[in-house]
Design a protein around this ligand. Structure first.
Ligand SMILES: Nc1ncnc2c1ncn2[C@@H]1O[C@H](COP(=O)(O)OP(=O)(O)O)[C@@H](O)[C@H]1O
Ligand SMILES: [Mg+2]
Length: 388
């Protein structure tokens, strides 16, 4: 199938290596070799003209432009989709998509290794491009009753209505999803369980999403507690990557436990919005979660803190929160008991019911600050390690 072929451009100045790659590639119907270039300086022009899917560059390229330097130039110029560098064991190279190094192949390599790496790198790049520019947010707290569901709902509405990003809200509390009750949806409303698990497609989404009167789409949790077991981490991964392709913003209301399912959600998020309040249990749990996230390997920038009921220290020293998380919380939302309870009881977002209230301004500001954190084009998890 010629249309499935990967169009490959090779930059290699050692004739023997160039010849070896030619032979390997010509034996594979999956890759079409466009050309082998010897001089790095000609590559950007050739990439524009020949539109390769993958550029394979010798990291030890001699001449005016070195291999890694060329990769960086191509990535900066937004060309081409995927870049693989070849090197020798004595000169190890780290994968760094932001510098144009999507994957590294060490010599000597077999045809199988080369073709496989070209394919996986190309595919990873394609799925990143499809989700580029989308934002996946997980609203999390290690304790219930802190305002997670309230914030997730109102933030999703603010992202769509105020910031103009098409938004979907996902109830990630699969066992005790709060959104059904909050939004007063009928018991037979579809849920995440109504999605086919083997091959989910965009067309399936329309049938399983709940259209809330506030204008956002919502993927509900199953109607009964024991049904949560039917959803696997792999399902979560697939569903989120599908939603990413359709929506600019996805907001997930997460449960308070760190189960495998919660971790599947958290792994996929660009930003974890962790809700804290002036409450000693919440603050203590927040500290242990921060430690867990570090141990998992989440970068510190993946977590942003939302101080809810920021004006109600409840007798606690206000500096305690900043001392626990190591810096001032990125976002703050004031307390407004009357408005929040009334809006929640009616199942409407306060950001629409009372747009002029201070609390609504706080949520809108958070939405504006967060949307620019969208996943950039050409970045993301490395092709070598794959998505965790
Ligand atoms: N900023 C706030 N001001 C006043 N009340 C709030 C605020 N945020 C949340 N609440 C109230 O706190 C309670 C718990 O909120 P909820 O969103 O259900 O928390 P969680 O999802 O973390 O369990 C609700 O009764 C809600 O009305
Ligand atoms: Mg909740």
């Amino acid at each position: 199938m010629p249309t499935d072929q990967i169009r490959l451009l090779v930059v290699e100045d050692v004739p023997q290596v160039a010849q070896y790659i030619r032979e390997l590639v010509s034996a594979s119907p999956r890759v079409k070799l466009l050309e082998v270039l010897r001089d790095g300086r000609t590559v950007p022009d050739q990439v524009v003209q020949q539109r390769p899917d993958v550029v394979l560059i010798d990291a030890l390229l001699q001449g005016r432009v070195g291999g890694p330097e060329l990769a960086g130039q191509l990535r900066q110029a937004g060309l081409p989709p995927a870049i693989v560098l070849i090197t020798v064991p004595q000169r190890p190279l780290a994968v760094a998509p932001e510098r144009g190094i999507d994957a590294v192949l060490s010599m000597p390599f077999t045809g199988y290794e080369l073709i496989n790496l070209l394919q996986t790198t190309f595919q990873a790049q394609q799925s990143r491009d499809a989700s580029a520019g989308s934002l996946l947010l997980g609203v999390f707290a290690p304790k219930g009753g802190v305002g997670k569901t309230t914030i997730a709902f109102n933030l999703a509405v603010a992202l769509q209505q105020h910031v103009g990003a098409r938004t979907v809200l996902v109830d990630g509390s699969l066992q005790f999803g709060d959104l059904r009750a909050l939004l007063k949806v009928p018991a037979d409303a579809p849920s995440i369980l109504d999605l086919p698990t083997d091959r989910i497609q965009e067309a399936d989404l329309a049938d399983v999403l709940w259209r809330d009167p506030s204008g956002i789409d919502i993927l509900l949790a199953p109607p009964r507690i024991e049904m949560a077991d039917m959803v696997t981490p792999r399902d979560v991964e697939k569903i989120l990557s599908l939603l990413r392709r359709v929506y600019r913003a996805t907001v997930v209301d997460l449960p308070t436990n760190l189960s495998d399912l919660t971790l599947a959600f958290l792994d996929a998020t660009d930003v974890i919005l962790q809700v804290v309040t002036y409450d000693s249990t919440t603050i203590r749990n927040t500290a242990s979660v921060a430690e867990t996230f570090r141990a998992i390997g989440y970068p510190a920038t993946k977590v942003q803190y939302v101080l809810n009921r920021a004006d109600s220290p409840g007798g606690l020293d206000p500096s305690l929160v900043a001392a626990t998380i190591g810096h001032a919380p990125e976002h703050a939302i004031v307390s407004d008991g009357r408005l929040v309870v009334e809006a929640n009881n009616q199942g409407v977002p306060f950001v629409l019911a009372a747009p002029d209230a201070r609390i609504s301004g706080d949520v809108r500001r958070m939405a504006e600050a967060i949307l620019p954190l969208r996943r950039p084009i050409g970045a993301g998890t490395s092709a070598m390690t794959g998505e965790r």
